[in-house]
Design a protein around this ligand. Structure first.
Ligand code: PLP
Length: 414
């Protein structure tokens, strides 16, 4: 079977020992990376090395290990800043993940900028992490939450967006890539539209984009960009909020505690400089070390090559699945407009049953609403089965998926 692209898959797969196992006697096919990616040895070893040699609390000590831990923690911030082309490493706030990053920005920008009668614009494509924090803000402030609709082929309806933008719009927040449709949104053009029509702050949920596409936050022209380590070969419990420095400076803290203050008195406190203002308490130091190792790893393969590889896998999957009777893939019809995410339904079957039968064949996929309930509602469904690809997946695995789906269909409809 031909390789899907020019990536050196044999070498890459050796970096991920977890993939080399059987499930019920069948070779594991891991197609659930949109939920969480696997970790290469290089990341696991960097975290292990840190704990074996360098661990202490950061910023507080004068001793050698405290110095080493602080250096590792802050160097990782600089590494991630360079990776997304931030203007300054101080624009990188470490968080627990995309969810916390979006909650942080909704809470703090909300306090700084959003008042009763203002409007917050999101889309029907949101993961709940980019929806519920805005509902909470709207309920707290009396602002109005407005939704941009989706087209039948899984795009944000840009005409609708244009009509919604105006002087009341204070925040616009969208996904860069949809976890439930696979759509890659035209985020730079959307940024231009937002700036032309409003003074809104533009936020991107990059959870499904940063692991798969080169991201340049300055070129995109957004104000905030959030992503998670565990979806990009890094550790769980670690994420990033990138924000423009002047906006981060303007925002009040999100949580209080050690390290985020400049001075404390009985009734009030003043705040540390950005980003420390947003990092209360002992942070996930090993997580930061793992993030830098993940970024090094992805860079060593190349984000452009990863994207090409996933597009080739997506093309193969779409071609093979087009032959399955009654199967419908949600999202854009062209592989060029989507990331390596294939959400599908088969007439007369339940998404959960399809996933269960695939599991019995060693194929790991996910079924449900994928924390994007408005998406399945929009397309008149209650759930989809979702296969998602990453740099370590092969063309052969996509063929196994198609065969497995054929088997599931036969078993469920016979
Ligand atoms: N946004 C999108 C588009 C996602 O796919 C996810 C996770 O699936 C999240 C946000 C939340 O990420 P996390 O659970 O790492 O906070």
């Amino acid at each position: 079977m031909p390789a899907a692209s020019a990536l050196d898959l044999d070498t890459i797969r050796q970096d991920f020992p977890i993939l080399d196992q059987t499930v019920d006697g069948k070779p594991l096919v891991y197609l659930d990376s949109a939920a969480s990616s696997q970790k290469p040895r290089q990341v696991i070893e960097a975290i292990s090395r840190y704990y074996l040699r360098d661990h202490a609390n950061v910023h507080r000590g004068v001793h050698e290990l405290a110095r080493r831990a602080t250096e590792a923690y802050e160097n990782s911030r600089e590494r991630v800043a360079r990776w997304v082309n931030a203007a300054d490493a101080h624009e990188i706030v470490w968080t627990r993940g995309t969810s916390e990053a979006l909650n942080l920005v909704a809470f703090s920008i909300g306090q700084a900028r959003v008042r009763k009668g203002d409007e917050i614009v999101i889309s029907e494509m949101e993961h709940h992490s980019n929806l519920v924090p805005w509902q909470l803000l709207a309920a707290r402030t009396g602002a109005r939450l407005r939704y941009v609709g989706l087209t039948d082929d899984g795009h944000i309806d840009l005409d609708h967006l244009e009509g919604l933008l105006g002087s009341r719009t204070k925040v616009v927040s969208f996904p860069h890539v949809s976890n439930a449709l696979g759509t890659i949104n035209p985020v730079t053009d959307i940024g231009t539209l937002i700036r032309d029509r409003s003074n809104a702050v533009y936020i991107l949920d990059g959870a499904q984009a940063a692991p798969h596409l080169p991201v340049d936050v300055q070129a995109i022209g957004c104000d905030f960009y959030a992503f998670s380590g565990h979806k990009m070969c890094g550790p769980t419990g670690m994420g990033v909020l990138w924000g423009r420095k002047e906006l981060l400076d303007e925002m009040p803290p999100y949580q209080g505690g050690g390290e985020m203050i400049e001075r404390v008195s009985r009734q009030s406190s003043t705040w540390a400089e950005v980003p420390h203002k947003f990092e209360a308490g002992t942070p996930n130091i090993a997580g930061a070390v793992g993030m830098a190792a993940a970024v090094d790893y992805l860079d060593s393969v190349g984000l452009d090559a990863i994207h090409e590889h996933e597009m080739a896998l997506t093309r193969t999957a779409m071609r093979l699945l087009a032959n399955v009777d009654g199967l419908r893939i949600l999202g854009p019809a062209s592989a060029e407009e989507r990331a390596g995410v294939i959400p599908f339904v088969i007439d007369g079957t339940s998404a959960q049953d399809v996933a269960t039968i695939l599991d019995a064949q060693g194929i790991a996929v996910r079924a449900g609403h994928h924390c994007a309930q408005l998406v399945v509602d929009r397309y008149g469904l209650s759930a989809t089965t979702r296969a998602s690809f990453y740099l370590y997946n092969s063309n052969e695995e996509v063929h196994r998926l198609a065969e497995g789906i054929g088997t599931a269909r036969e078993l469920l409809l016979s």
